[in-house]
Structures are given as C-alpha cells and as structure tokens.
Design a protein around this ligand. Structure first.
Ligand code: NAP
Ligand code: HSE
Length: 428
C-alpha cells in the first residue's frame, strides 16, 4: 500500500517537491511508494507548473489534515497562521509532518513538538534552515555525539547576495537592494531578510538542535544589514576582513549560558565563511571531538528545497514501512527545557568602530584613554581618510566584554572632538 501525502501549498517549494516526486527515475526506490494524494492551495484558477488531477488539487486545506487516509502532511504554505493550526491538527490526528516553515517552528516549536511527542509522530524540518543543505539531520544524528561549542552560519541568501554585491561593486545598500528586488533575488517586502529576522528564526532552530534545549526567539539578539555602508566594507577589506551577516550560537564557558545572535560581522578573509558569496548559505559547526565541519550549498530555490523536503518524506516513509511503534529518539524532539541565554553585555568579542572627529591634536590619545578606562585593548587604530572637514578614525579592539566596550563608547560620545560614531560592528 502506498504512503499518502497531503501537501499544503503549491508555490516554489510545493511545486519543486511535486516535480521531484513525479520524476522518480534514478532516485531512491522508496519514492515509488509515495502517492501525492491531496495538494491544498488558495486558488484553483492559478496556472500551475505541474499537472495534478482535479481530485488532488483542493482549496479545502482543513479537509487534508483531517482526512484519515493521509499519512504525512507536508506544510509548504508558509506564514504563521493557518500553518501553525494545521500542523497542530495534523499531529493531533496522528499524521507525521514535514515542514519548511522556520518562522512557525522558531515561534511555536514548543507546542508543535510537544503535540508530536504526545501523538507519537514526527516533525521533520530539513528545508527550514539552509534550503537544500543537509544540516538538521546531521545535527540531530551524525554530530549528536559531539559536544557542540559553536554553530556559525550564513543562513540568509538575500543578505549574502546584497553584501557580496556591495563588496564586489563598491555599491550602496539601498541601490543593491533595489536591484535585487528588480531581479527577484529579494522580496518586495525585504524586512524579514534584511533586518535579520529570517536568520534569527534559523539560528534559534540550529541552536536548539546543537545545544539540546528550546530557544526563546525573543532572546536572540538580532541586527540586520541596513546600516552596513560601502565605507565600512572598504575599510574592512583594507584591514583583511569581509562583512557577512552571521547567525551565531555559542556556549560561553565557564557559564552554561549560550550567546545566540544575528548581526553583520567582520570575518577574517582566511576564515572558511569569508568565501561564501552570493545567494549561497553555509553553516560551520564546531565541536569536540569533531573539530570543524562546514555545510555549504544552495539555501533556497525550488529544486534545492524540494531535495530537503523529499528526504524528510523519505525518512518518514521508511518509518511507516517498517511500522516501528517505539518513537525513534533520533527523529523525535527529545528536549523540553529552555536554554539559558546570556545577555549581550556579557558577550566577549572584538569590535570594529568608525569615528568622525574634529581634525585636532590629541584625539587619538583621548580615544585610547577612554577605551583604557574600561579595559578595552586596541588591536589597531587607523586614520586614513576624511569626510569633508572631519577625520575618519577606525578602531579594531581585542576581545572585550560588550558591556565594557559600550561603557567606553558612552564616554567617547561625550568628548567634544567626537562628531559621530557612524559604525559599530562585531569582529569574528
Ligand atoms: P510560496 O511560493 O508563496 O507558496 C505558498 C503556497 O501556499 C501557494 O501555493 C499558496 O497557494 C499556498 N497557500 C498559502 N496560504 C494558503 C492558505 N491560507 N490556504 C491555502 N493555500 C495557501 O511559498 P514558498 O516560497 O514555496 O515557501 C513555502 C515555505 O517554505 C515557507 O515557509 C518558506 O519560508 C519556506 N522556504 C522557502 C524556500 C524558498 O526557496 N522559497 C526555501 C526554504 C524554505 P496559491 O498558489 O493558490 O497562492
Ligand atoms: N528568504 C530566505 C533567504 C530564503 O533569503 O535566504 C528561504 O529561507
């Protein structure tokens, strides 16, 4: 007997998944066991890139999750509601769920996984982070014997594309964003991508898997790329860095608290993440005893995401075929506790700061004194340019608690010679 899929959504990901399933030759033989039983959409009148019978295509998405014949619900409609309610209903009805919806998982993961555990079914989400890149299953299974120290990712293709073009062309953020929207690389409403919210959802999911606890999304410090200027990209390059939007989850020994954050970051040019350009994604996992392992690939797109969604479906088909009644702890979500997240003031990191100052004697000395007052040690300080009458001074610090750095900055802002501090970025 075939395994019946109820697919919610036939957009980019849904269409890619149906195309993959309809073209099984040369792929895993278990795909032959799958029947595309129902596909739920908003409109029956839209032209579709795949052929489905009128019996399969429906606008009654509630009926799909309530249909006893459906074995697996594939939620690829996106958004928070009705996606959340439909996932919960499908799970309560004893159906396994595959989802690509990082926004719903990052916000409602606790109730979704609790419901799945109670119903003895699985929620699979490989496509939710990194598109086609296998990173969820590796964290859950292949790497799970490691003590994970750090997960660092470039997990948003839109912002990586924008930053890459700003770097290679010396262009402004707003010009590249407008062009990316025209070319279809950035959405008409780019907020979730450029303000770091999409990356925050994704690092919350990765942190939860890597560190074995739930993550409260509100605890994820999130800064986007709107304030990254071509001036800073040029200075970063001179200093041996590229600027990337990084999503980072890190354990900060000796405390057991994690730091989980998204922000533009100066990455040393020799670092493995520095060469990840364009719409590509990469996730670097560091742990003991494995050391470093990096996952790289296409973070979005119909085919890539379909690969991840369908591999989740295949895992569930194997579960259904082998008829294992005992939940597999490597597929189920095993943690209920929330991870403790350290305040940003406790983060130890390097900083890059750019100051516009009056061009007068002693300014660099005064900056150095303020930093010294709060234990901030400087790695480099350069004055290479002018903006009109004002001198431009760029500073890179050694590792320092963020709280100390901010106290020093507050004192520096009060110096009469300081006109403004246009940029402040963290350094990996
Ligand atoms: P999309 O192209 O906008 O497609 C959404 C689909 O869901 C459409 O077919 C739409 O129906 C249907 N839909 C939405 N709301 C509905 C409702 N209330 N009732 C019935 N049908 C509804 O979205 P997508 O790009 O495929 O993304 C889907 C999910 O995958 C999202 O969670 C997204 O974050 C995630 N994801 C996407 C990518 C990517 O590359 N696009 C990569 C990774 C993860 P109509 O066709 O009738 O409008
Ligand atoms: N909007 C996302 C990105 C793609 O730009 O990476 C889906 O996760």
């Amino acid at each position: 007997m075939g395994v019946k899929l109820g697919i919610l959504g036939l957009g980019t990901v849904g269409t890619g998944t149906v195309q993959l399933l309809q073209d099984g030759a040369g792929r895993h033989p278990l795909l032959q066991e799958i029947e595309i039983y129902r596909v739920g959409v908003r409109s029956l009148d839209k032209p579709r890139a795949v052929e489905l019978s009128t019996e399969v295509l429906t606008t009654d998405i509630e009926a799909i999750v309530n249909d006893p014949a459906v074995d697996i619900v594939v939620e690829v409609m996106g958004g928070l509601e009705p996606a959340r309610s439909l996932i919960l209903k499908a799970l309560s009805n004893g159906k396994h769920v595959v989802t690509a919806n990082k926004a719903a998982i990052a916000r409602f993961g606790a109730e979704i996984f609790t419901t799945a555990n109670q119903a003895g079914v699985y929620v699979m989400l490989e496509a939710a982070v990194g598109g086609g890149i296998p990173v969820i299953q590796p964290l859950k299974q292949s790497l799970s014997v490691n003590r994970i120290h750090t997960v660092t990712g470039i997990v948003n293709g839109t912002t990586n594309y924008i930053l890459t073009r700003m770097q290679t062309e010396g262009s402004n953020f707003s010009d590249v964003l407008a062009d990316a929207q025209r070319l279809g690389y950035a959405e008409a409403d780019p907020t979730a991508d450029v303000d770091g919210l999409d990356a925050a959802d994704k690092i919350a999911i990765l942190a939860s898997l890597g560190f074995g606890g739930r993550i409260n999304l509100q605890d994820v410090y999130t800064e986007g790329i709107r304030q990254v200027s071509k001036t800073d990209i040029a200075y970063a390059e001179k200093l041996g860095f590229v600027i990337k939007l990084l999503a980072i989850a890190k354990r900060n020994p000796p405390s057991s608290a994690l730091s989980v954050r998204v922000h533009p970051t100066l990455v040393p040019q020799a670092h493995p993440l520095a060469s990840i350009n364009g719409v590509y994604n990469a996730i670097l996992v560091e742990g003991e005893p494995i050391g470093q392992v990096m996952f790289f690939g296409p973070g979005a797109g119909a085919g890539a995401t379909a690969s991840a969604v369908t591999s989740d479906i295949l895992n569930l088909v194997a579960v259904l075929k082998t008829n294992t009644a005992i939940p597999n702890p490597l597929l189920a979500c095993g943690h209920q506790e929330y991870c403790q997240i350290a305040p940003m003031a406790e983060l130890i990191t390097r900083f890059y700061a750019r100051f516009l100052t009056n061009d007068q004697p002693g300014v660099i000395g005064k900056l150095g004194t303020c930093f010294g007052n709060y234990g901030v040690s400087l790695e480099s300080i350069v004055q290479t340019g002018f903006q009109g009458e004002l001198a431009e001074i760029v500073v890179v610090t050694h590792d320092v608690p963020e709280g100390n750095f901010r106290q020093a900055l507050a004192e520096i802002r009060n110096l009469s010679a300081i006109e403004s501090i246009p940029s402040l970025l963290r350094v990996l």
